[in-house]
Write a protein that binds this ligand. Structure first.
Ligand SMILES: *Cc1c(COP(=O)(O)O)cnc(C)c1O
Length: 438
């Protein structure tokens, strides 16, 4: 399989190159030259298969012979050593809990796979890859724990001092080994500016192979299609549903784009709902055909506060820049903070289920979609992107009750923090990077 840039002016590359490069030289995002198709009989064979077997079947189509099958299979078992539960709320409403990985958010699915592919390709190239990432929370922790202990790789992550939650800070600063946390006296924009500068620093280029691990990397996107296929096949197997709706809480739209891949591969998936908060650039595009990104506004579902989503370029590419055909497959629904809070309450009252804000946005969007279609029975799957413990404050305040945190989090909270405090001047980052072992 070869990979093209969405901007179409860079030369097509192998998966290895696309993975190690991240962004194409022409500034576009890599997409597969064609989306692999599963024949109906191949899909039939996967009904009732385990998550990891489905993941392997999909990964193999994208990877071809670039990674030996037994190696790939080991990598997948190593990535997904946790469950992906599908909880039934009523006869047609399901929640797919994508928060059972080590950092309790769905970003583990992409980051863990990316880490293993990067390690494999780096070893082939006999290189040591340095992953440089600026984070305001979830991405950095998934990357830290994803790359932990992966040979031929190391991670340097920058986070703004005092601007991440205590739980997030623990996740960012306790992976140890090949993961270095830099606590920056500044804000997230400072962290991002410093990382950008490092990528264009000619002195660093001579001594380090730098790469980024944000959601534009194709090897973070491919594995996110696994859980769509898994849920669709489970619903078919257990309930006979053949075209469930997926409601996807969206920020950078990587998650939704992976769903589009899964559907095009041939898995039994119906319509998509792109659920957003007040940051609704894509929703407005689908409705009007005009892409007019607004500045980011802060909401209750912070991980979705993205004014100009990076994966929109891919989504647009898959629908040939045509908002009408995108609109046939995807309905965009924007949900306010007020509705999000009301949903956290009503889901708790009706089902006794504790839902965090991002998932609640998607749940509410599913309800609104069904009402507008006049059919409340259409089977629907809400993707739950984070564990409630990650957003304890917002939930406890909304429900006016204590939730508590799971026992493995107590363990995490007790681990010793290890971070290097630096100022927001680029030269401090450069000197840290220059001081790493070659
Ligand atoms: C990152 C994130 C999202 C948004 O996912 P995208 O792929 O960027 O659209 C939603 N919810 C949570 C909890 C996240 O961490």
């Amino acid at each position: 399989m070869i990979y093209f840039s969405t901007n179409k002016s860079s030369i097509p590359v192998s998966l290895k190159k696309a993975t190690l490069e991240g962004l194409a030289p022409d500034g576009g995002l890599y997409v597969p030259s064609e989306i692999p198709r599963f024949l109906p009989e191949e899909i039939k064979l996967l009904e009732g298969a385990s998550f990891n077997n489905i993941a392997f079947a999909i990964a193999k189509k994208f990877i071809g012979s670039d990674i030996p099958p037994d190696k790939l299979s080991d990598m997948i078992d190593n990535c997904y050593s946790f469950d992906t539960p599908i909880v039934k709320l009523d006869s047609s409403t399901f929640v797919e809990e994508l928060f059972c990985g080590p950092t309790l958010a769905f970003k583990d699915y992409g980051a863990r796979f990316l880490a293993r592919l990067t390690g494999f390709f780096a070893e082939e190239e006999e290189k040591l890859i340095t992953v440089l990432v600026a984070t305001s929370g979830d991405t950095g922790s998934a990357v830290a724990y994803g790359f932990q202990g992966i040979a031929n790789t190391r991670v340097v992550l920058l986070y703004p001092s005092g601007k991440v939650s205590p739980l997030q800070e623990q996740q960012l600063t306790t992976a140890g080994g090949n993961v270095h946390a830099l606590e920056v006296k500044g804000d997230f924009d400072d962290c991002q500016r410093m990382v950008k500068q490092a990528f264009v620093d000619p002195t660093l280029k001579k001594s380090l192979t730098l790469t980024s691990a944000n959601s534009i990397n194709i090897s973070r996107l491919i594995p996110q299609s696994f859980y769509y296929a898994w849920a669709a096949l489970q619903l078919k197997e257990l309930y006979g549903y053949t075209a469930p709706l997926f409601s996807v809480p969206s920020g950078n739209y990587g998650n939704l784009t992976a769903g589009v891949l899964a559907k095009r591969m041939g898995f039994p998936i119906g319509h998509f709902i792109a659920a957003s908060n007040a940051n609704d650039s894509v929703t407005r595009y689908i409705d009007s055909g005009r892409y007019d990104p607004h500045p980011t506004v802060t909401t209750l579902s912070t991980a979705m506060d993205v004014g100009n989503p990076s994966n929109f370029a891919r989504l647009r590419y898959f629908y040939h820049n045509d908002h009408t055909s995108m609109g046939i497959a995807i309905t965009g629904i924007a949900v306010s903070d007020e509705e999000t809070r009301a949903t956290i309450r009503s889901v708790h009252d009706r089902f006794g289920y504790v839902m965090e804000p991002h998932t609640s946005v998607a749940f509410r969007a599913l309800e609104r979609y069904r009402t507008s279609e006049g059919n409340t029975e259409t089977p629907g799957i809400v993707l739950s992107t984070a564990h409630p413990a990650k957003f304890l404050e917002a939930i406890e305040e909304t429900l006016d009750k204590e939730i508590g945190i799971p026992s493995n989090l107590h363990e995490l909270m007790e681990k010793k923090k290890s971070a290097t405090l630096i100022s927001s001047e680029y030269k401090e980052l450069a000197s840290f990077l220059n001081g790493l072992d070659q």
